[in-house]
Design a protein around this ligand. Structure first.
Ligand code: ATP
Ligand code: MG
Length: 256
């Protein structure tokens, strides 16, 4: 057996999307092997991690006061390197199949305009997770490729990915990424806006999980209305008339 194939048996190549709300890990040849909440529960006095991901989510509202449940990522950025490292370590271990105990290369998606500090925080987190070689990939490119756009497509394509903490906009034409931007705003901000609106209009206090459920259900209800496709995605777009500045509404012909 040649050396590379022995290496392939003992190590693996992973790609990680460390998202504000969910972490996904892709393993070469096996597809997405982890898709879990980016949550971690730790015991405050000892700072020991007690649960990660789904198990941490299940502890919400049930654990003792000493247990803190946190997301080490805020607005798509590592807010706590130590716990982000522990989260990454847990998911990388989970993603490794029984044969491999080393990850030769790990690819991590990161915003194109990420600061040096953000790069450092992710590298630190990966180091905590005992990863040999860390490579970064532009989140915009991942957004385009993940949406199924063929790189060689002659048409210009723009994709908008609204995550929990960030919104990534990317445009590609004929193998060239012509535009990419990550805004630090996403679904979590919609949840906060809903909490504030419900408080203001109904004098009711709801938590972020309830607000998220309301938001997600609202989307489903809208899907039953004409003008939206069966995935509930709006198929209308607006543009300002160039001459008088008035807004025009357009329906995507493919949706009717
Ligand atoms: N049916 C739905 N309707 C509206 N929003 C939804 C629906 N399902 C999930 N979401 C929202 O999508 C967001 C999660 O998206 P995603 O998993 O892509 O985020 P992420 O990758 O963890 O975050 P980021 O990329 O910003 O770091 C959450 O805010 C969630 O409430
Ligand atoms: Mg994301």
């Amino acid at each position: 057996m040649k050396l590379p194939s022995i290496l392939n048996l003992m190590t693996d190549d992973l790609a990680v999307d460390l998202g504000t709300s969910r972490t996904r890990v892709f393993a070469r040849g096996r597809g997405i092997v982890v898709n879990e909440p980016s949550l971690l529960a730790y015991d405050a006095p000892s700072r020991e991690v007690v649960a990660v991901g789904l198990e941490a989510l299940e502890l919400e509202g049930r654990a003792s006061e000493d247990i803190q449940i946190i997301s080490p990522l805020q607005d798509g950025v590592v807010a706590d390197s130590t716990y982000a490292g522990k989260l990454l370590e847990h998911y990388i271990r989970k993603a490794r199949d029984r044969r491999s105990s080393i990850s030769r290369r790990v690819l991590i998606s990161i915003a194109a305009d990420a600061t040096d500090i953000e790069h450092y925080a992710l590298r630190y987190a990966a180091k905590e997770a005992s990863v040999g070689n860390v490579h970064f990939i532009n989140k915009g490119l991942v957004t385009i490729l993940g949406s199924g756009v063929a790189p060689e497509d002659q048409r210009a394509t723009m994709v908008v990915d609204i995550g929990a903490g960030t919104t990534t906009i990317a445009a590609m034409v004929h193998n060239h990424l012509i535009f990419t931007r990550t805004l630090r705003v996403g679904g979590n901000d919609m949840d906060i806006a809903l909490i504030n609106m419900i408080k203001q209009n109904h004098n009711l206090l709801v938590g972020p999980r309830t607000a998220e459920r309301v938001k997600n259900r609202t989307r489903l209800r809208r899907s039953a209305r004409p003008g939206t496709d069966h995935h509930g995605q709006g198929t209308q777009h607006h543009r300002r008339q160039s001459r008088n500045g008035r807004r025009q509404q357009h329906r995507n012909p493919r949706s009717s």
